[in-house]
Write a protein that binds this ligand. Structure first.
Ligand code: UDP
Length: 344
């Protein structure tokens, strides 16, 4: 019988890529999305789509048995760090309360496999680079706290089943994936990030390369790095999506709860990224050097040891030009694509 996976936020960027891979791997997928930032057209064909807020506990309790859901991948959430600083309640409600409702719905309906979109934002400004999972977690914004709070809830629920001596087969297990900097799009240009008002570097640079913005700012050129700009571990969205699929396989094999970094283990500076976008787009970006953005750690690179020990995960897109090239190709297609598909 087909294994059914419920994907919250499956109309969003990472959720839609993961849904597509799950369908290709033979899963039945129920996408739950309130379309706050997702798009209905992004839900891959073959998935069952339910327009619903993941925080609606009553509806979720009915939905899960109706579709015989065996596992949950919980993407739905807000992701804009500066907005989390200006409107923290929104982030605690949608990222923490909604996660709590999702976990509650799983408990009430007997679902014991849960994969969660966490973030490297839980580390704040790490003391050591590359940063490993056991490093101190010390977020520096409400977004990071909201992700960490959900990790804690999941850990406590997983622990409670052991403390209550539930048989291993009855225990709740989860995988929290701490994403580093997710970017890129499907190689064939068919799927990518469509969120309006993007703030992330590669998306913004591609918008500038497509003429949708007249410039791109570098936030800080006086960091203690080789070229003075911040360094990040950029991971291609397809590799990240695959990490979810293999995390699900791990849980289905009886794997226990784990928290895992999801990055390639090496970084690129803001200037490296802008250079790559200019190269793949064959454009000269109007680059403006601007002051530092509050709360940016100078360097953020994953220690990737643990994910490779635990999951059978082999990244295929660890290449900055490929990441930027797919993001640029998607950006060019996006306007036309939206017009053609919005009535689907
Ligand atoms: N950044 C930048 N200009 C932009 C957007 C981002 O210089 O228009 C920088 C940002 O200050 C950080 C890096 O690019 O050093 C990555 O930022 P992004 O928002 O993409 O991801 P974050 O690391 O904050 O999650």
């Amino acid at each position: 019988m087909q294994h059914t996976v419920l994907v919250t936020g499956g109309a969003g960027y990472i959720g839609s890529h993961t849904t597509r891979q799950l369908l290709n791997a033979g899963y039945r997928v129920v996408v739950v999305d309130n379309l706050y930032s997702g798009n209905k057209w992004a839900v891959p064909e073959g998935a069952i789509f339910v327009e619903l807020d993941a925080g609606n506990l009553e509806a979720m309790r009915r939905l899960m048995p109706r579709y015989d859901v065996a596992a949950v991948i919980h993407f739905a959430g807000h992701i804009v760090v500066p907005e989390s600083v200006s409107d923290p309640i929104k982030y605690y409600r949608n990222n923490v309360v909604t996660s709590l409702q999702m976990i509650q719905a799983c408990r009430d309906t007997g679902i014991r496999k849960f994969i969660f979109s966490s973030s490297a934002a839980v580390y704040g400004i790490p003391m050591q680079i590359p940063v490993a999972e056991q490093a101190d977690t010390s977020p520096i914004n409400p977004y990071g706290f909201s992700k960490l709070a959900t990790e804690w809830m999941l850990q406590d629920v997983s622990n409670s089943d052991r403390i209550n001596n539930e048989p291993a087969s009855e225990c709740f297990n989860h995988v929290a994936l701490r994403y580093f900097n997710v970017a890129g799009a499907a190689v064939d240009g068919s799927l990518g990030q469509a969120t309006p008002d993007a703030t992330h570097l590669i998306k913004v640079a591609c918008e500038a390369a497509c003429g949708k913005r007249d410039h791109i700012s570098i936030f800080g050129t006086d960091y203690d790095t080789e070229d003075g700009t911040c360094i990040r571990d950029y991971i291609h969205v397809e590799d990240l999506a695959t990490a979810h699929v293999v995390a699900l396989e791990y849980l289905r094999r009886g794997g226990e709860s784990r928290t895992l970094n999801c990055g390639y283990g090496h970084g690129f500076s803001v200037r490296d990224v802008l250079g790559a976008v200019q190269k793949v787009s064959n454009t000269d970006l109007n680059v403006i050097e601007a002051p530092r953005r509050t709360g940016d750690p100078p360097v953020l690179i994953a220690d990737k040891t643990k994910i490779h020990q635990v999951l059978d995960w082999q990244p295929n897109y660890d290449n900055l030009e490929l990441i930027c090239g797919t993001a640029y190709k998607w950006e060019r297609n996006l306007t036309e694509f939206q017009q053609n598909t919005e009535n689907r």
